[in-house]
Design a protein around this ligand. Structure first.
Ligand code: PEP
Ligand code: MN
Length: 365
């Protein structure tokens, strides 16, 4: 797939505006207040996908006119979420500059196809949010459907992934998925929707800085004149003044520096890291040899592969050790799960697969 840029201005790109268009006054007040904040694109939800019925579901078509006024009065380009063909038609009829596909829509290939079909022959930029579930292929699939319909100006919006249970985030960022997208399509622009990742105000700045440090092209941020009174997503919205303060304080770093001392010392560190990585793999391979030895005696005594008590104890011990060494709980959990899964796989192969001897041709025995 080939993409053309949605944004032509210098980085960082800033997309900002309220979660929902609530009243004409609220939309215009936000846009006017954002005018001097370096915002490239003004956002506001017209149709809101709510998790449960009864919540504010957006004003709908009548509020598209308010976005037209934003453009007339401030010169800002405007964007809103389109979730079906009818939304697309309404947006095109009202001259909306850019469409975005929401996370719940990206997760549904029927809806994405419906939108792609409605856009056939139309040249409008589209921002594609990640699907709510951590599935890179589904995200790619949405780009492919739009691409097949002739859309070339597309950008990705990373807004995090749903998970069950308590978490520091409303939607876990799972940064690696976005990094994998960047590696697959180095020319595809990518923004970080810190508002839906964080779900709260106090962690927006650090998450935005993380996105800048991972070379995102910019941010999408929910901004409201009186956030606590917002009709949707109140806890994560900030005032235009807070937005300006936050974005000014963020540090934008360049991808590299051509200073020879810098390049030489980074090279030294990388050599040392490569050696350690080699040792890690060799150590894990040695660990797996022991795992297979245990597998053999388990097989002999007909003992189960999974030993829950042992795993629990191991997990606790490693989490404590991790904490002492300033390694995060999340990292130790993922690392141990990966090692444990591989150990189980190796023992399973050994216990259930036909033995190597049985596999050999008679003349090789
Ligand atoms: C939004 O941007 O207001 C929104 C509904 O986002 P998402 O699709 O990421 O939940
Ligand atoms: Mn929102």
């Amino acid at each position: 797939m080939t993409f053309e840029p949605v944004f032509s201005s210098a980085r960082p790109i800033l997309v900002a505006g309220p979660c929902s268009a609530e009243t004409e006054a609220q939309v215009l007040a936000t846009a006017r207040a954002l005018q001097q904040s370096g915002v490239n694109l003004f956002r506001a939800g017209i149709w809101k996908p709510r998790t449960r019925p009864g919540a504010f579901e957006g004003i709908g078509t009548p509020s598209l006119k308010w976005l037209q006024r934003v453009r007339q009065e401030t010169g800002l380009a405007v964007t809103t979420e389109a979730a079906n063909a009818q939304h697309v038609e309404e947006c095109l009829a009202h001259g909306i500059d850019v469409l975005w596909i929401g996370a719940r829509t990206t997760a549904n290939p029927f809806s994405v196809q419906e939108i792609a079909d409605a856009l056939r022959g139309v040249d409008i930029p589209v921002l594609v949010k990640n699907p709510i579930n951590p599935d890179l292929k589904l995200w790619l699939g949405a780009f492919e459907r739009l691409h097949s319909a002739g859309i070339r100006r597309m950008a990705a919006v990373h807004r995090g992934f749903s998970s069950y249970g308590d978490s520091a985030y409303r939607n876990a960022p799972r940064w690696q998925i976005a990094i994998d997208l960047m590696q697959t399509f180095p020319n595809l622009e990518i923004l970080c929707d810190i508002s839906h990742i964080c779900g709260r105000r106090d962690t927006l700045a650090e998450t935005a800085q993380m996105a800048y440090d991972l070379n995102y092209d910019g941010l999408m941020v929910e901004v409201h004149p009186s956030p606590d009174e917002a009709w949707s997503d109140a806890a994560q919205q900030i005032t235009p003044a807070q937005f300006q303060q936050m974005t000014r304080a963020l540090v934008r770093r360049s991808l590299t520096a051509d200073d020879p001392d810098f390049l030489a010392s980074i090279e030294n560190y990388r050599c040392a890291i490569d050696e350690i990585d080699e040792e890690i793999i060799a150590l894990i391979a040695r660990r797996m040899e022991l795992v297979r030895d245990i597998g053999l005696i388990k097989k002999e005594k007909n003992v189960a592969v999974l030993q829950p008590e042992r795993f629990r104890a191991l997990r606790e011990a490693l989490l404590a050790r991790g904490q002492k060494n300033e390694l995060s709980h999340e990292f130790i959990t993922l690392l141990l799960e990966a090692i444990h899964q591989e150990s189980i796989r190796q023992q399973e192969c050994l216990i259930n697969a036909p033995t190597a001897l049985q596999n050999q041709a008679p003349e090789e025995r």
